[in-house]
Design a protein around this ligand. Sequence first.
Ligand code: AHG
Ligand code: MN
Ligand code: MN
Length: 332
Amino acid sequence: MTLPSFLANVAGVPAGLATLVEAVAGACSAIATAVERGVFDGACGNAHSENIHGEAQKKLDVVSNEIMISSVEQVSCLRGLASEELDSIQVIQHGRSADNPGYLLLFDPLDGSSNLEINGIVGSIFSVLAAPESGAEIDQSHFLQPGVKQVCAGYALYGATTMFVLTTGQGVDGFTFDGKSGAFVLTHPQIRIPESTREFSINMSNERFWDEPVRRYVRECVAGAAGPRHANFNMRWIASMVAEVHRILIRGGIFLYPRDSKNSQLAGRLRLTYEANPMSFIVEQAGGMSTTGGAPIMEIQPDQVHQRIPVILGSKLEVERLIQYHGETLTH
Ligand code: AHG
Ligand code: MN
Ligand code: MN
C-alpha cells in the first residue's frame, strides 16, 4: 500500500492534510536525492552562513530547506511554516480560506547534518499544527502550541534505505521508498516500542556537565550486572536524532539529550517545536514515553519557535525511571 492510499483509506485524514503530508513526503524523496547526489552537484561542505542558533549551515541544510519550502508552499491549505533554517516564520497568503482553517508546518529540513561528510544517517523531521479557525492573519503566536495539539508528525530517514515514518494520532506507520516505482510503500505498519530495554543513547562526552539524576541513571547502566540494575546495558550514539528514534522504534531503547552546564544559558541542545515535539508524538503513539525529566515534553507551552528543551524519550519503563530519579533529587 502506498502513502496516498494509506492516508485516504486507512488513516482517513481530511483531504487537505493528506495533500500536505504527500507534499512533505515528496520533498523528503527529493532531499534523499540531493543528499545522495551532493558530491556531484557541488552541494557538499559548509554554506559559510549560520542559522538562528549560531550553527554553521551546511550547503545541504540550505538546499533541503529550499526543497521543503518549494514543495509545500503550493499546498492550498498550508497557511504558514517555520524551519530550523529560517530565522522567522513564513506566512503563506493563499492558504487563507473561510471554510478551512488550514495548517501550519514546522520542520527541521536536515537533522544530524554533521554526519553528511562521513556518509552517515541523516533525516528530516516535521510537525503539523492546526491554524487558527478565525481566518486571522498568521503570526508567530499561532505556532506556539504545546505538542499535545499536533495533528500529525513524522520524519524521513536517509539511510541504507529512505523511510518515511508518520503518526496522525492513530499509532505509527513506516513507509520505505521504492526507487523503482517512486512511491513510499507501507512496510512497517503500527510500530510498537518495547516497554523495557537494555540499550541507552547519550553523548557521554558531556557527562561532567549533566545534572545528578542523569549521571545516576547512566552510572547505574554502565555498572552493568554488578550494579544496582543487575543487568548489562549496551550504548549507541549516532549523533542524528532521527536515526536514534528510528532504532528505538524498531528495537526499543532510550535517548537522552539532557540539559547540561556546558551551555548553561541554553535549556538544552534540541529544539522543542520541530525536533522534540514531533519525535515525542511519534514515540508516545508507539507506546513509548517522553519527558524533560521534570515534565512531559508535549505539555510544555512554547514561548519561542526556536526554543530549546532537554529531551528524554523511548521505552516506557526506562523513561519512568528517569522521571522518578528527577523527582527524588527534587525532594532531597
Ligand atoms: P541538527 O543537525 O538539525 O542541528 O541536529 C543535530 C542534533 C541531533 O540530531 C543529535 O541528536 C544531536 O544534535 C547531536 O549532538 P552532538 O553533536 O552533541 O552529538
Ligand atoms: Mn536537528
Ligand atoms: Mn537540522
